[in-house]
Design a protein around this ligand. Sequence first.
Ligand code: ZN
Length: 422
Amino acid sequence: MSTSQLSRLQYHSAQWVIPIDGPPIEWGFLAIEGPQIHAVGQYADCPPSAKCPAPSPGSIITPGLINTHIHLEQSFSQTIPKGPQQSFVDWLLAVIESNRSRSSATDKLERCRLGIQECLHSGVTCVNDIASGPESIQALQEAGLRALVALEVFHPGHQPIQIAHWLEAYQKLQQASALAPLITLGLSPHSLYNVSIAAWKALQQALQPAFIHTHLAEFEAELNYLAQKPSAIDHLHQQVLGQAFTVAKPLPSPVQGLLENHLLNQPTILAHAIYTRPADRKALSQSPVGIAHCPRSNLALHGKTLCWADWENSHIPIGLGTDGRLSTPTLDLREEARVAQSLHGWSDARTLSALTLDGAKVLGQAHQLGSLTPGKRADWVLWQADSSTSHAAPEKQVLAPTTPAQAVMIDGQWRYKRESQC
Ligand SMILES: [Zn+2]
């Protein structure tokens, strides 16, 4: 290594460095060169001239956490709890009303800022956001958080398709993100019950997004609507749009609907995926898709979530998402992970992988995110475990609620420090 290269390298150390793509390293270091990871290894192997600080007990370095499904605009201070007798559709109507009553750009921007701060505090370095306007892009740029941002579209009618309206909305997001290298733009047809196949196809073609992010197979009324059976979706459309809609032809399942219309040919993130058949999962395993698993939102709104035994050998990437703050009490992704872990019996290592590398795979970003691999982007978190977990395995220490994020770096820049944010 040349002297000039050594002078550009920045060394950090910890009692544990967990690269995810290899075993945890006790008393390890992480070397950064600009926005990229240069190396990881044993602290004892640091070159003397590196001036690497000595690791402090209880410190842990991991890749940044990746939230695969979030609505930053919905970062209200409180959830809208779904009552025990309330249907999901009635809850959705309450959400729509809440969004409408506080829908100014200033309100939305403020909520996005709050949501982003909560993400950074909890060690998240990348989010997959659904947006109705450019506010989240502005807030993301201010904070330096990496993101995929998809324009949310509602278009249940078949004809005429409102291309110009949605193109204009998309162009606003393009303008807002033109100078934002950490942001990738996509399209979020809300769901198959709120966007017709014809509109989905036409908008995907017209807007040419880098990826698709949608809600799929989330609840039974959705399946009934797609099968042309009586459904609570009719009530939703009537209440919000003043008329009922119907699908052009009955679909045996939401996944099948996308598949037979060639809508799974580009990178696609499917949120929820609670209701799938073996044939659906087989088709998904051969498509460029990932699953955003949101167990807390699913349990709160539907009383159930996906069955892990159905998916664990599918080779389909599954990451974790908090969903929006209206259905989830916090945007702390480790809280989501603890719920998934207790539901599915995941090991600590499996859970940490779901929070990092699997999330990167879901977003199609594993070539640059999700592990402390030389050449990947320098998105990582310094955690500080306390004495209550110091004898546990390092993965368990990271997942413990008593282990706060101490500092967060994104693309080689400090974006959060526990005492003072930068
Ligand atoms: Zn959602």
